[in-house]
Design a protein around this ligand. Structure first.
Ligand code: G6Q
Length: 550
């Protein structure tokens, strides 16, 4: 059992490697990347790893060989090997929800065997993939038509959180591979503007809604789905029978799907061992498959699987997700780092930072251990970012010269499908320039030597010693995207293992949801409600009711 593994592990701050890292960090704190590079002329070649089509340069981190050795010891002492085996073999490591965690089964090849409660789940995964492919082919060929016989031109995915962020990110990331005859829209927010703007130029007769919801009870998604049904029925003359032609569902809840009026023959299932934020490669990726086609979707799954195998089998010192995670632990726990920037130099990855925010922070934003004890160390940092080079003209100022240490992951590709003039060289020159500037900075002497007046010198000094990783791949293909997402999934897993938190539950989203359910009638009822909140909340509710004329 996963819990027994957890029990054998010492609390984090009592592990031998942790104590050694604490002492070691005192010396490293004083070293500058300038010196680390000067002392080892091959550092920039040595501190790199290449696997699964991704090249990671982690040389511009504030680490020595000793740091990495101690971090690797920490991984061992944290039971990482056992945890990986437990996840891949279907143990119920999501202890608070008593579930297995098997997104890796979603990309396991046909013929593989992964057991959950004694049953091999891989054939079920492939059965759904085959149904998704058949449906996709019918839509893309125009064989599937709307109620009035017109082919489908518009696909609207309705979902939120894990049922939205992955599909949006993947659609944007793989747009180059998408069928340009189809329009894709994504509606997530319960703010009616999201729906209104998504459909305002769409013809209902040519529109298909995918209601993506694992539970099929999520307030935002069900509100949007009902609004979509009304919009459709109004738009095509109220034929109830049209629902079957214009709505499909992705869910684990067949009863609720059919209650909504969707034919369960048009439902694509998944399982309780797929967490929402780990589900973009399940049927939740139906919009992705519709956009890029079944073969490209399979290539994406192959990319995921390649990284899964890398993570599962390669020794930790050469293991990309493990190294990335250990560096994060290093900065969060020994340099008091609060945030990490994700900086993709690839316009197609513009939603990647938003996607990673959920993956990282909903997974590891926890303050108790698996055993329910309050942690006495920091856990998940805040992840944020924007695609380069836009951020350079905005928040990079703070990363270069602010008072906070912000490690950054730079992600770039050797090739672009949009090879216009010198654009790509200029883009990549900026990646290399930024990581160089962050690491090495510019000393007062250098600034003075340029003839800068003394009073201006301090303003123009770059301290440097700002850490970064560079992740370089060939080209953003479906396969590369799969590898990249799996890299971060397993990075998050490794961090969670070291911090001993449950990376797979999300109880922190519950309280606000429950309170909203209580407040909704208080905003809508014609009779003055007997408000029992605090004075601030009561007052805000009264003001809103007054503004509504109640
Ligand atoms: C993800 C979370 C959460 C979830 C949404 C949507 O890990 O569990 O973001 O994906 O709340 O849930 P449904 O898919 O059930 O609508």
């Amino acid at each position: 059992m996963a819990t027994s593994v957890a029990e054998e592990i010492k609390p984090l701050t009592e592990r031998k490697a942790w104590k050694a890292l604490e002492a070691h960090s005192q010396t490293i704190r004083e070293s500058h990347l300038r010196d680390l590079f000067a002392d080892d002329p091959r550092r920039g070649e040595r501190l790199t790893v290449e696997a699964a089509g991704l090249f990671l340069d982690y040389s511009k981190n504030r680490v020595t060989g000793q740091t990495i050795r101690l971090l690797l010891d920490l991984a061992e002492e944290s039971g990482l090997r056992q945890r990986i085996n437990a996840m891949f073999s279907g143990e119920k490591i999501n202890v608070t929800e008593k579930r297995a965690v098997l997104h890796v089964a979603l990309r396991a090849p046909k013929g593989a065997s992964i057991l959950v409660d004694g049953e091999n789940v891989v054939p079920h995964v492939h059965e759904v993939l085959d149904r998704m492919a058949a449906f996709t082919n019918r839509i893309r060929s125009g064989q599937w038509t709307g109620h009035s016989g017109k082919p489908i031109k518009n696909i609207v995915n309705i979902g939120i959180g894990g049922s939205d962020l992955g599909p949006v990110m993947a659609y944007e990331a793989l747009r180059h591979f998408s069928n340009r005859d189809l329009n894709f829209r994504f509606v997530s927010n319960v703010d009616g503007t999201d729906f209104a703007e998504a459909v305002h130029d769409l013809d209902p007769e040519e529109t298909l809604f995918i209601v993506s919801s694992k539970t099929f009870t999520t307030l935002e998604t069900m509100t949007n789905a009902h609004t979509a049904r009304t919009w459709l029925l109004e738009g095509i003359g109220g034929h109830q029978s049209s629902i079957a032609k214009h709505f499909v569902a992705v869910s684990t809840n067949a009863a609720e799907v059919s209650k909504f009026g969707i034919d369960t023959a048009n439902m694509f299932g998944f399982w309780d061992w797929v967490g929402g934020r780990y589900s973009m490669d399940s049927a939740i990726g139906l919009s992705t498959m519709l956009a890029i086609g079944p073969e490209n979707f399979q290539a994406m799954l192959d990319g995921f699987h390649e990284m899964d195998e890398h993570f599962r089998t390669v020794p930790f010192e050469k293991n990309l997700p493990v190294l990335l995670a250990l560096l994060t632990v290093w900065y969060v726990n020994f340099f008091d780092v609060a945030t990490i920037a994700i900086l993709p130099y690839e316009q197609y990855l513009k939603r990647f930072p938003a996607y990673l925010q959920q993956l990282t922070m909903e997974s590891n934003g926890k303050h108790v251990t698996l055993a329910g004890e309050r942690v006495n160390y920091a856990t998940c940092p805040i992840y944020w970012g924007e695609p380069g080079t836009n951020g350079q003209h905005s928040f990079y100022q703070l990363i270069h010269q602010g008072t906070r240490l912000i490690p950054a992951d730079f992600i770039a590709f050797n090739r672009t499908p949009n090879n216009l003039g010198r654009h790509h060289d200029i883009l990549l020159a900026n990646v290399f320039a930024q990581t160089e500037a962050l690491a090495f900075g510019k000393t007062a002497e250098q600034v003075k030597a340029e003839g800068t007046p003394d009073w201006l010198v301090p303003h123009r000094v770059f301290e440097g010693n700002r850490p970064s990783n560079t992740i370089l791949a060939d080209e953003l293909t479906p396969k590369a995207l799969g590898r990249l997402v799996a890299l971060y999934e397993h990075n998050v897993f490794t961090q969670g293992t070291i911090w001993q938190v449950n990376s797979f539950d999300q109880w922190g989203v519950e309280l606000g949801k429950a309170l909203a359910q209580r407040i909704i009638p208080e905003l809508e009822n014609a009779d003055e409600p007997n408000l029992q909140h605090d004075s601030s909340t009561n007052n805000l509710i009264r003001r809103y009711r007054k503004a509504k004329g109640l």
